[in-house]
Design a protein. Structure first.
Length: 425
C-alpha cells in the first residue's frame, strides 16, 4: 500500500477568536448527540474516595453511568438529561467538587501523578497543587482565563512538563523551581504564586494586544516578550529569580506503567472510559484517594496496604476490565468519543479501535483515532493519526521527530492493519 508525503505542517499562528470560550464545565453543559456533557475539573487529577463515590452516584443517577477521563486528568459525565444542570451542581457542590462557581472552568492543573509515592521526583508537588488551586479560586483576574488554559506542576521527572501546558513549574533537585514562560528559577516556596502571576501576565498581554487568545501559543508576541513580561511582574511582586538554561524539555511518555509502582498501584483505562462497575471497584479498594492521570490512567496510593492486599486489589481491577499489564496494546491507543456521541464524527471510532487492537502493537508510535478532522483530544508528541472520513474510510498519517509526514488511506476499517504496516514500515 503506497504512502504519500505530506507537506510540512505550517507554523502555528495566533488564533483569531470570533466568539467567547465555550469550553464546557460543571455549570455550563455542552449539548452532545448522546445528551448533555459536563466536565468536572479535578486539579492534579486528585480525588478523595468520598468525592469519587459522589461522582459515581451523579453519573448513575443523572447520566449514562460511565465516567470519561480527559487528557488533563479531568472527568466528563455524558448522557445527562435535560434540565439536570441544577441538580448536578448541587450534588457536586455538596461533595466539595465546586469550591468556586466563578473559577470552576479554570481549575485546569496537571501534576506528576506519582509525586511523593515512588521517590523518583525532586520533590512532592502536592503542596504546590493545593496552594495553586486555592490561589486560583481566590483570584479575581483568574476568572478571565479560558477553560483551555493549562497549568503543569512537574516534580522534576519531566512527565507533565511535556504536555504543552501554558504555565509549567518544574521542581529542581537543588530545591528551587523552573518557571516557563519566564525561563527563570524561583524559590520553591514561591512556585504556586509565580504560576498564578504568570497566568495574569498572559491575560494582561492578551488585553494590551486586543486579542482573545485562550492559550499562550496564540499570543501575537515577539519571541521572548512574554518571558520579559513575566520577569517584570515577578520583580514588581518582590519574588526573586535567577536566569539559567533550565532543565531539558519534558517527555511525551505514556505516564506511569500499569502494575505496582513504588507506594502505589497503577492501572490504565481503555479509551479513558470507566464503566459504573470499574469506578465502583476503585472506590472500594480502601484507599484514601485516587489520582487520575493525563494518560487515561489511575494511580492509587496504597498507603498501609500489605503487599498481598495490593496484589489482590490489582487482580480485582484487572477482572473488572482495567489494564494492569504494561505490555497491553491498549496503552498505545486513544480515541475521541466518535459516533454516536458526536454529531460531527463520521464513524464509531472506539468500536473500530477495539476491533483493530491487535494491530496497535505493531507500530513504534501510539495511535489516536478521530471521528473527523478536528481530532479532538489528540496527544502531543509523535503518534499515528487515524482519522475517519465521510466515505467510510480512514486516513492515517504519521510524523516522527525530524522526519517528513506520510499518509495512507484505508478504504474501510478492515484495512487498518495493512495501512498501519505500510505507513510504519
Amino acid at each position: 500500500m503506497p504512502t504519500a508525503d505530506l507537506p510540512p505542517s505550517p507554523q502555528a499562528a495566533p488564533a483569531a477568536r470570533e466568539r467567547g470560550d465555550a469550553c464546557p464545565g460543571t455549570l455550563r453543559l455542552h449539548a452532545a448527540d448522546d445528551g448533555a456533557l459536563a466536565r468536572v475539573r479535578l486539579p492534579g487529577g486528585v480525588l478523595s474516595a468520598d468525592r469519587a463515590r459522589a461522582l459515581g452516584r451523579a453519573a448513575r443517577r443523572l447520566g449514562d453511568g460511565d465516567l470519561h477521563l480527559t487528557s488533563r486528568g479531568n472527568v466528563q459525565l455524558r448522557g445527562l438529561g435535560d434540565g439536570c444542570g441544577a441538580e448536578l451542581a448541587r450534588a457536586l457542590d455538596a461533595a466539595g467538587l465546586l469550591p468556586s462557581r466563578e473559577h470552576e472552568r479554570v481549575r485546569n492543573i496537571v501534576a506528576s501523578p506519582l509525586s511523593g509515592l515512588d521517590g523518583a521526583g525532586a520533590r512532592d508537588v502536592r503542596p504546590w497543587l493545593t496552594a495553586l488551586d486555592e490561589a486560583l479560586c481566590a483570584s479575581g483576574p483568574a476568572r478571565e482565563l479560558s477553560g483551555r488554559f493549562l497549568f503543569a506542576l512537574d516534580d522534576g521527572r519531566g512527565d507533565v512538563a511535556g504536555l504543552g501546558a501554558d504555565v509549567t513549574v518544574r521542581a529542581d533537585p537543588d530545591g528551587g523551581a523552573w518557571l516557563v514562560p519566564g525561563s527563570v528559577r524561583v524559590p520553591a516556596a514561591d512556585a504556586p504564586r509565580t504560576a498564578l502571576l504568570t497566568a495574569i501576565a498572559f491575560l494582561d498581554a492578551a488585553r494590551s494586544h486586543g486579542t482573545r487568545a485562550w492559550r499562550v501559543s496564540e499570543l501575537p508576541l515577539p519571541a521572548g516578550e512574554l518571558d520579559r513580561l513575566v520577569r517584570d511582574r515577578l520583580t514588581a511582586e518582590g519574588i526573586t529569580y535567577e536566569d539559567g538554561p533550565g532543565p531539558a524539555g519534558g517527555t511525551h511518555g505514556g505516564g506511569p506503567p500499569p502494575g505496582i509502582v513504588g507506594g502505589a498501584l497503577s492501572v490504565h483505562v481503555p479509551l479513558g472510559r470507566f464503566s459504573a462497575r470499574q469506578w465502583e471497584e476503585l472506590t472500594l479498594l480502601g484507599a484514601t484517594e485516587l489520582r487520575l492521570t493525563p494518560w487515561r490512567g489511575v494511580v492509587v496510593p496504597t498507603g498501609a496496604m500489605t503487599a498481598a492486599r495490593t496484589a489482590g486489589a490489582l487482580a480485582r481491577l484487572a477482572e473488572a476490565g482495567l489494564v494492569t499489564d504494561p505490555a497491553s496494546p491498549w496503552l498505545r491507543v486513544g480515541a475521541c468519543i466518535g459516533r454516536p456521541g458526536c454529531a460531527k464524527a463520521h464513524a464509531d471510532v472506539r468500536a473500530d479501535a477495539a476491533r483493530s487492537l491487535d494491530a496497535a502493537g505493531r507500530p513504534g508510535l501510539p495511535l489516536y483515532w478521530s471521528g473527523c478532522e478536528r481530532r479532538c483530544g489528540h496527544p502531543g508528541g509523535d503518534h499515528v493519526d487515524v482519522v475517519a472520513g465521510a466515505d467510510g474510510g480512514y486516513r492515517l498519517s504519521v510524523t516522527a521527530a525530524g522526519g517528513r509526514a506520510r499518509a495512507v488511506r484505508a478504504p474501510d476499517p478492515s484495512r487498518i492493519p495493512a495501512a498501519l504496516a505500510a505507513i510504519t514500515s
